[in-house]
Ligand binder design. Sequence first.
Ligand SMILES: *Cc1c(COP(=O)(O)O)cnc(C)c1O
Length: 229
Amino acid sequence: MAIIEKSLQAIRKRIAQAAVNSGRVAESVRLLAVSKTWPAGALREAYAAGQTAFGESYLQEALEKITALADLPLEWHFIGPIQSNKTRPIAENFAWVHSVDRVKIAERLALARPETLPPLNICLQVNVSGEDSKSGVAPKDVAMLARVIAGLSRLKLRGLMTIPRPTDGIAQQRAQFQVLRRLLDELNAQGLGLDTLSMGMSDDLEAAIMEGATIVRVGSAIFGNRKKT
Ligand SMILES: *Cc1c(COP(=O)(O)O)cnc(C)c1O
């Protein structure tokens, strides 16, 4: 069996096990295959093994793969930092954007989203660990940003995303994911009707699923270790 197919099976098993351990059904967690730095051929192999949703962080690289794989019914998620002069190609080529952290970016995505496409699914990126270097809105500013974005047409606010500070130990991992889950609960208590927690990667997906992740974003555990650039 090809390596990517084998890795995908192993990840699906980890997801299903973590879901069952937390009293959830496996189908309540979607797997987003993070394919940044990997060539189109690797994605084709993952598709042949049943994977249809792919996450990309670098726009130029993503657009090349979207073109090369246009013959496949893939769902593209943008998960990287967004420059405001790059919002149009993102709005035109992706089904989801996980990394929105300011109003200006959301407004530009809304204006550029073609009428011929369904609304662009949006997650707000939240900086749960309070690291200065990291992008993402501070927890205290989430509610205001969410209310503004929920009111923009051509966008559909789905939920929250985070990239926590790497920590060892499942308790520390869960503590950071719990911050995101509580924020989502608060927004829903205000009636926003959000259904998505995008959290958990190769090394911490179990902790994320225990805290309610609905999308896990997994790269290296599927495709292998990325080369350092
Ligand atoms: C690269 C990346 C991932 C995947 O990380 P792995 O540790 O390789 O699974 C997930 N989310 C984001 C935003 C990323 O940039």
